[in-house]
Design a protein around this ligand. Structure first.
Ligand code: FPP
Length: 263
């Protein structure tokens, strides 16, 4: 009864609950090497809505449900981190009503999903520049972080007002500050230390990057961190991306041979 009411009110559903078939597939996938960190460019919401004669924001709303399903799937697989490109530094160029809608999604997701995330031991984080984000969006993110801060399971990161080039420049500026203040010796700087100046300092680099909707670009997403990631592209638009699509990406990852430049 409660689930039915929740489904009707907020689109929450238990459809990801474990069927025997799903359990078997998860069991099979867990036998192979799993990516520790999966990063996703969730693309195609606007086109998905347009195809259905709906406003673009309806695509984002449907996309938020996909966020829920993929989070559950990543959690069930035992993946360490899932990073979702939710709003780029370039997305401010969109119509104001669409920007406003996107800025409201963290609050909506907080309202509908925080209890489940806490229950699943998931820890929520944000990658990106807090500057320019509206207070209500930051408050929702901060509430998420606070509610889940002691959780030790999946790290669910929203890349919000995120741009990789500006992340790198910000990192370089902080390095210069540390060198000038004597906190850092310039000669001690190496790739691993540089990584500590990025938003992802405490995360493993993504092993797998997925982009939906048929676009084959990186779009200023984790340029440093994706250096050795496996890339997986699908024509499926984000609102139609299912846990089965996610499993397919993981299966493909498991067939790849990662050599990191060696033979
Ligand atoms: C790209 O599709 C998608 C986005 C810019 C936003 C993605 C955000 C979500 C799916 C929700 C995130 C949820 C939370 C809780 C923050 P597009 O609009 O560029 O699609 P198009 O290329 O078809 O126009």
């Amino acid at each position: 009864m409660i689930q039915t009411l929740k489904k009707w009110l907020v689109g929450y559903s238990e459809e990801d609950e474990q069927t025997e078939e799903n359990e078997t597939r998860i069991g099979e996938l867990r036998k192979g090497p799993l990516p520790r960190h999966v990063a996703i460019i969730m693309d195609g919401n606007g086109r998905w809505a347009k195809k259905r004669g709906m406003p673009r924001v309806a695509g984002h709303r449907a996309g938020m449900k996909t966020v829920r399903h993929i989070t559950r799937a990543a959690d069930a697989l035992g993946i360490e981190a899932l990073t979702l490109y939710s709003f780029s530094t370039e997305n401010w160029k969109r119509p104001q009503d669409e920007v406003n809608y996107l800025m409201g999604l963290p609050e909506e997701f907080l309202r509908t999903d925080v209890d489940e995330l806490v229950e699943r031991n998931i820890r929520v984080g944000m990658l990106g520049d807090r500057k320019n984000l509206p207070d209500h969006t930051l408050e929702a993110i901060d509430k998420f972080k606070e509610a889940t801060k002691d959780n030790t399971g999946l790290r669910l990161n929203f890349a919000l007002n995120y741009g990789s080039r500006s992340e790198i420049i910000r990192g370089v500026q902080r390095i210069i500050d540390d060198v000038q203040s004597g906190k850092l010796d310039k000669d001690a700087l190496d790739e691993s230390l540089f990584g500590q100046y990025l938003y992802t300092a405490d995360l493993p680099e993504p092993d797998l990057m997925i982009r939906t909707s048929g676009e084959v670009r990186i779009s200023n997403f984790m340029l440093w961190q994706l250096a050795y990631s496996e890339l997986w592209f699908t024509d499926v638009q984000w609102p139609d991306f299912t846990k089965e699509s996610f499993y397919e990406a993981i299966e493909d990852f498991q067939r790849r041979s990662r050599r990191y430049g060696a033979v």
